[in-house]
Design a binder for this molecule. Sequence first.
Ligand code: ADQ
Length: 484
Amino acid sequence: MEPALKRLVVVSNRLPVALRKDEDGWKLKQGSGGLVTAMAPVLKNRGGMWIGWSGTSDSGAELDGLMDDFTEEAGYELCTVPLTEEDVDGYYYGFSNEIIWPLFHDLQSRCRFHPRYWRTYLDVNFKFAEVVARRSSPEDYIWIQDYHLMHQAFFLKSMGVRRNTGFFLHIPFPPPDIFMKLPWRAKLIQALTEFDLVGFQTVQDRRNFVGSLHRLMPEARVEGRGAVVTINMGNRSFRAGAFPISIDYAQFSDMAARPDVVQKAFDLKEALRHRKIILGVDRLDYTKGIPERIRSIQTLLRRYPDLKGKVNFIQIAVPSREEVDEYKELRTEIEQLVGRVNGEYSFPGWVPVHYHYRSLPHEDLVAYYAAADVGLVTPLRDGMNLVAKEYCACNNKGDGVLVLSEFAGAAAQLQKHAYLVNPYDVEGIAKALHRALYWPIEERKAHMTRLREQIRRGNIFRWVDSFLRAGIAKSLDDFPEADT
Ligand code: ADQ
């Protein structure tokens, strides 16, 4: 008989809160991302806990007190995994950001395969698993988020702790030839097989995973053909599925309809003299294809002089991993490119590229989305890409065009009604943009209506629900380990 699963325990690298210290002491603010928005009601209803690193190596009664206050208000508990600076350096900056992030985005030449990173990654995963074991019970459902914590089920089992575990990978899973470059490939893939359910963004990611699994563990047998398959490993089995993540559609669409946001969008258009707006929004990261995108704008203006003075490209980049040299270099490269295009094409009263390097208040971001005629989303590779979905959700007038990289996970879902481009093909993007800007309104509306409907239906709440249904339906009976 299946045990009743009582609580949800979410485990992620960072807790869903931002901590800040000023002269009056620590301040805690709930995060506002889609994942937190979607998990919070489930955690509250079922009762639950979020386990993660607080983002600081400080600790003490003041921070504990803030966490307790949060629990009372939010209706679920926060539980901190204490990490040292060396832990964070090797596990987060090292293994996660310098190995898994580039490798899983097919950029293996950027990887630094230091054995020290691997060892620290294992040590930190063990620390997390100890906290999960201590703070959860066998009836809980343990949902682990992302590539920082791929060894959770492995360590829980090695401690003899019996738990129903699910893992979701937010980034792509690379093709086998790329995954095989990882020095610790066999150990990593085996660790993933220890979860009861492994979730990916797309069916292609799941296929890539199964491809590597077949090479490294030939005993694996796949059963089923749907979005979720069962993988038999001889004496045990687990499941692997595609669960495309999404956004809180209504929250974006409703905000875009708010009078103050409508006014902001109008003011923005007016400031740009009602020229056409092409918009890019990203975390500043080398996977997002920002330099290529600016080159495509340069090509657009060079190829189609009719657009001079008639179009603006706005790139909003959120600062990310600012202390890392590669990210500093990328920032400089982007600034130089923006300078070059503007130097070449500006004339009094018109500057083609507007570049903002900062995080924006939510209302402002939504106003930008609502004002844009074209959403230009061209990552070189991306697990899903929520910006593509947010742009459509905010386009309440329904006359915008989404130009989307074929290498974003979102393309698998939105390909029929988005304009797909190869993010490396700057001439192809320029051509797509030119067509998008001249597309008849009826066609734009027909495609955007379909996109919005698709995103409205497949929203983030549905994502949480479908993963939990697939995860919790799994019986615990085939766990060989005893309870502790
Ligand atoms: P990210 O790589 O961070 O996420 P993405 O999915 O595009 O990429 O999410 C970025 C988020 O940042 C969006 O929600 C966006 O609104 C927000 N944002 C961007 N610019 C901003 C700005 N200037 N100010 C404020 N907010 C801004 C990872 C994977 C993705 C996957 C998600 C979720 O890399 O592929 O879609 O997780 O699984």
